[in-house]
Design a protein. Structure first.
Length: 230
């Protein structure tokens, strides 16, 4: 059992005993003083005041769980379609990785991530992830017939925990100035990283296209003069 499960189980036990004691005390008061309205009102007010903090705590955990599953970074998307494509998505990822490494950008990490296509029983699809500090650039490629759709997703957001904290009223506005303060350098360095990856992707695509075409042989290099002599 994890620490969180043990903590939740302990809180449920405490709430159960509090409810049991309150109901037992309420039954005892109703049995001993059946016509004492003031005492009953005081008991109801006491019960409401006792359960208000528990209700507020329950709403907070409910909001926290909801935000933990629904909070997503804001991606800047760009899509490109290549017709009559002769290379695979994995070949594109390898080429982009090689080209980007020649730029020698510090504090970057290149990895491959997998996500389900549709549901838990569907196949997994591979994506290229290039991260830099608190930003991430994800490249995906989908083959449809003879076409290849390349999608670029870029985000400049911190971790999910920080995103959840920033959504808390009042507290989020205060913590934003300490966790992710807006500065000119932050905007410039992330924009430079984004453009570096995009240019690497374009260069890798051009290299793969040229590689698939190949060099001309001796016969193809000779000019065609048949129409000239006709």
């Amino acid at each position: 059992m994890s620490e969180l499960s043990a903590l939740m189980f302990g809180l449920l036990q405490v709430v159960f005993w509090i409810v049991l004691i309150v109901f037992g005390f309420s039954w005892l008061v109703s049995f001993l003083f059946p016509k004492n309205r003031w005492l009953k009102r005081m008991l109801r007010s006491f019960v409401r005041g006792l359960f208000k903090p528990i209700q507020a705590l329950f709403r907070f955990f409910k909001w926290l769980i909801y935000k933990a599953f629904t909070t997503r970074p804001d991606f800047n998307r760009r899509r490109t379609v290549i017709e009559d494509c002769q290379f695979t998505p994995l070949e594109l990822f390898d080429e982009v990785e090689e080209v980007f490494q020649t730029r020698h950008v510090d504090q970057t990490a290149i990895s491959r991530i997998t996500r389900r296509e549709w549901h838990l029983l569907s196949t997994s699809r591979t994506y290229l992830l290039i991260s830099f500090r608190q930003s991430a650039f994800i490249v995906s490629a989908v083959v449809l017939g003879t076409s290849l759709l390349i999608t670029e997703r870029f985000t400049r957001t911190p971790s999910r925990l920080v995103l959840i904290i920033l959504q808390v009223p009042v507290l989020g506005a205060v913590m934003e100035h300490f966790l992710v303060p807006p500065t000119f350098y932050r905007e410039d360095i992330y924009y430079a990283f984004e453009q570096s990856v995009r240019s690497s992707l374009r260069e890798a695509t051009d290299l793969l296209d040229a590689r698939e075409l190949g060099e001309l042989n001796i016969v193809e290099q000779q000019p065609v003069l048949e129409e000239f002599y006709e």
